[in-house]
Design a protein around this ligand. Structure first.
Ligand code: COA
Length: 263
């Protein structure tokens, strides 16, 4: 599956520059809300990301100045029964899990409102950067709902139980500076610098051994699935590195006082 197979997308914009794929959720008149079409297209783009070696890292952002993603598309909720709602949540979870467990690094460049499923999408990415005016929240309780795309778990992982419960029970929004203080985002910067700063960080990451970067992601994710056994997973992944050309190149380059040339 190649990037060219994505020419018919209607709710996502994708562009590839120097190995960095930018995915822009593009429904600015609806605050980039995640409707069925966005999910279908995210699944297609994820297939391409998995298959296309030219894609080395991914940025996810939202179109327009106001929103990153203001949640699931609430207008689609009126027709769902309990079973369909359960299926929707599972589908959302599986898509976001493909991001979280991807071997290629994903950064969310949060340019505005990241609410509900939008906050959950940002949290599924490996790292988050935010524009100064961005706002975060899990306002589902306002609708008589709870987060369903992994938010109850990932928010707790990122900010701790007390703060996660406060955000999810109150539905309050968090400013970008507060999100920084809470550990929900890594950096806050002016909106006009957001994409450039995100690219700078990704350029640094993709200059390292891609196999090692993938193993870092896998080892950190193991913490949340395997508990204390994740230490054994780290040991396994560490050992596996010694069988790679990448590790031989990295170590040789250091000893030969030159820059490594990772493939
Ligand atoms: N689903 C569907 N449509 C949405 C949406 C969502 N999650 N969020 C915003 N929209 C739509 C609005 O209905 C409106 O559409 P319209 O112009 O056809 O009426 C448009 O986007 C603009 O939103 P509006 O509310 O007028 O903008 P605002 O600047 O006053 O407020 C928000 C922005 C993000 C604070 C507000 O839209 C909001 O609270 N959205 C819902 C957030 C939410 O509860 N998300 C969790 C869903 S489970």
């Amino acid at each position: 599956m190649e990037l060219t197979s994505l020419s018919s997308l209607t709710t996502l914009l994708v562009s590839l520059q120097e190995g960095l794929l930018t995915i822009t959720v593009n429904r600015p008149d609806k605050m980039n809300a995640l409707n069925r079409s966005v999910f279908e297209e995210l699944e297609k783009v994820l297939d391409v990301i998995d298959a296309d070696k030219n894609i080395r890292a991914v940025i996810i952002t939202g179109a327009g100045a106001k929103a990153f993603v203001a949640g699931a598309d609430i207008s689609e909720f009126t027709t769902l029964d309990q079973q369909q709602a359960t299926q929707l949540a599972r589908r959302g979870q599986l898509i976001f899990e493909r991001i979280e467990k991807n071997s290629k690094p994903f950064i969310a460049a949060v340019n505005g409102f990241a609410l509900g499923g939008g906050c959950e999408l940002a949290m599924a990415c490996h790292i988050r950067l935010a524009a100064e005016q961005a706002k975060f929240g899990q306002p589902e309780v306002n609708l008589g709902l709870i987060p369903g795309y992994g938010g109850t778990q990932r928010l707790t992982q990122l900010v701790g139980k007390g703060k996660a419960l406060e955000l999810m029970m109150s539905g309050n929004m968090l400013s970008a500076p507060d999100a920084l203080q809470w550990g929900l985002v890594n950096y806050v910067c002016p909106a006009e610098e957001l994409i450039e700063k995100t690219k700078q960080l990704l350029v640094a990451i993709v200059s390292k051994g891609p196999g090692a970067v993938a193993s870092v992601i896998a080892a950190v994710n193991a913490h949340y699935e395997k508990g204390a056994e994740a230490y054994l997973e780290e040991v396994r992944l560490f050992g596996e590195c010694f069988g790679t050309a990448e590790m031989k190149e990295g170590v040789s380059a250091f000893l030969e006082k030159r820059k490594p040339n990772f493939q």
